[in-house]
Design a protein around this ligand. Structure first.
Ligand code: UDP
Length: 443
């Protein structure tokens, strides 16, 4: 009898930031039960954090075909600007190019690599090994398409911007004519557009992308897949920070749909002034709120928390350093989410059926928030402004004045998202197709 061939072996390699590691761990959790072996490349810092704060090891160790490969010596500083991201990119490229080749060549079977789509150096590293690379995008289709269209924007003269009117409509991102403004483009388009940044750079959008990348697998929201396939009945944590679960007890005591959850993700920073404007806006809105204030949320130059906040938020507010976000969004007390619209947070809000107040910080978040308001009608985009009067007005608009309208669209969108990951749905079928394609490569 011919020996059984070994299972396909996949190297999964995310960019070392919370949103990216989270999404690619979820993909890993979806692929392991299909019988694939997986080596997950992770920075030493993220590995330490996951070991400390997440229940990931318990979940993944039950699969004998799973292992982490820990990368030492990577940049461990913050990633809150294009410059710092570039430092990380350069460091990753320098430290992992040889490592990746070695892992592939030393291993008897590396079927394919699934690499974070923003790490273009992986393609160079793998070239000549004969191993296929899947480029995994942790951003939305709309943001990906806008990045992809940047050469067209430059060739047509729309970039760099001439003049200062940020509300001018953009015409050269196909499929988004009529509502995409300058201010909604990825933040790197605004200023200091280096050529390097430029080069890194609903269905209608997917069909545009498809003309350029013929084989794409639209497989999100990944956390909804895990739920729908019952692979993860309780909510899983891939947190790189310690979650403060006491906020769930506080939420339990609040009336249904009464609380605004405020979080700007793992990277965004605020100036002290912005923090205070949000604070007064929230307090003046008279709404209950749960606010994630990471210890590095306020920019380093003025990082001491104002005494108003340090002394607690009095009767209506609750502050935590890091929240169990998926649990929070699923809580019946949740009424809306004031978010920076990182793609994970956006998807988590959509799946939970929670309307949004959007305040994007950088990168793809500017375009995600435009889609939240103008295309999906899930809330209001407050980008580029956070004075206390605007915060108060928009929070009230979403949680009170237009509450029914937004709750209705949020419910509709959540239903669509869950349908897409259920048997017969597009996302469900695409995930199965991905698994089958990897298995065929292994033969
Ligand atoms: N998150 C969390 N607790 C928090 C804030 C965020 O668990 O207090 C998680 C959130 O659920 C999401 C991720 O961190 O999965 C943030 O990713 P996103 O893409 O939204 O933003 P980024 O951090 O990359 O800017």
């Amino acid at each position: 009898m011919a020996p059984t061939p070994p299972p396909p072996h996949v190297l999964i390699f995310p960019f070392p930031a919370q949103g990216h590691v989270n999404a690619m761990l979820k993909l890993t959790e979806l692929l392991l039960p299909a019988g694939l072996n997986i080596t997950f490349l992770i920075s030493a810092k993220d590995h330490r954090s996951l070991s400390g704060y997440a229940n990931i090891h318990t979940r993944l160790n039950s699969f004998p075909g799973f292992q982490f490969h820990v990368i030492q010596g990577l940049y461990e500083g913050p990633l809150d600007s294009a410059e710092k991201l570039t430092i990380m990119f350069d460091c990753m490229s320098e430290k992992t190019t040889l490592l990746l080749r070695k892992l592939i060549l030393d291993s008897p079977v590396t079927t394919c690599v699934i690499a974070d789509g923003i790490m273009d150096f992986v393609l160079d590293a793998v070239e000549g090994t004969g191993v296929p690379v899947f480029s995994f995008r942790t951003i939305s289709g709309c943001a990906f398409w806008a990045y992809f269209s940047i050469p067209d924007l430059i060739n047509s003269g729309e970039l760099p911007f001439q003049g200062t009117n940020m509300d001018e409509l953009i015409v050269n991102v196909k499929g988004m004519e009529g509502f995409l403004r300058r201010r909604d483009l990825p933040s790197f388009c605004r200023s200091g557009l280096s050529n390097r940044t430029l080069q890194q750079v609903s269905r209608r959008i997917v069909s545009h992308i498809q003309k350029h990348c013929s084989n794409i697998y639209t497989i999100g929201p990944l956390h909804a897949h895990l739920k729908s396939r019952s692979l993860n009945k309780s909510i899983s944590s891939n947190s790189l920070f310690e979650e403060d679960k006491t906020c769930i007890g506080w939420l339990d005591q609040q009336p249904p749909k009464s609380v605004l959850y405020v979080s700007f993700g793992s990277i965004a920073t605020l100036t002290r002034d912005q923090l205070m404007e949000f604070w007064y806006g929230l307090v003046n809105s008279k709404k209950r709120f749960l606010w994630v204030i990471r210890k590095d949320l306020v920019s380093k130059d003025d990082d001491k928390l104002p005494s108003e906040l340090e002394n607690g938020t009095k009767e209506r507010g609750y502050l935590v350093g890091w929240a169990p976000q998926e649990d929070v969004l699923a809580h019946p007390a949740l009424g809306a989410f004031l978010t920076h619209n990182g793609w994970n947070s956006t998807l988590e809000s959509i799946v939970a059926g929670i309307p949004m107040v959007s305040w994007p910080f950088f990168a793809d978040q500017q375009i995600n928030s435009r889609f939240v308001e103008a295309v999906w009608k899930l809330g209001i985009d407050m980008k580029d402004t956070c004075d206390r009067t605007t915060v108060e007005r928009i929070v009230n608009e979403v949680m009170e004045v237009r509450k029914d309208e937004f709750t209705e669209s949020a419910k509709r969108m959540a239903k669509l998202a869950m349908e897409s990951v259920s048997e017969g749905g597009t996302s469900y079928s695409n995930l199965d197709r991905l698994i089958q394609d990897i298995k065929t490569m292994g033969v």
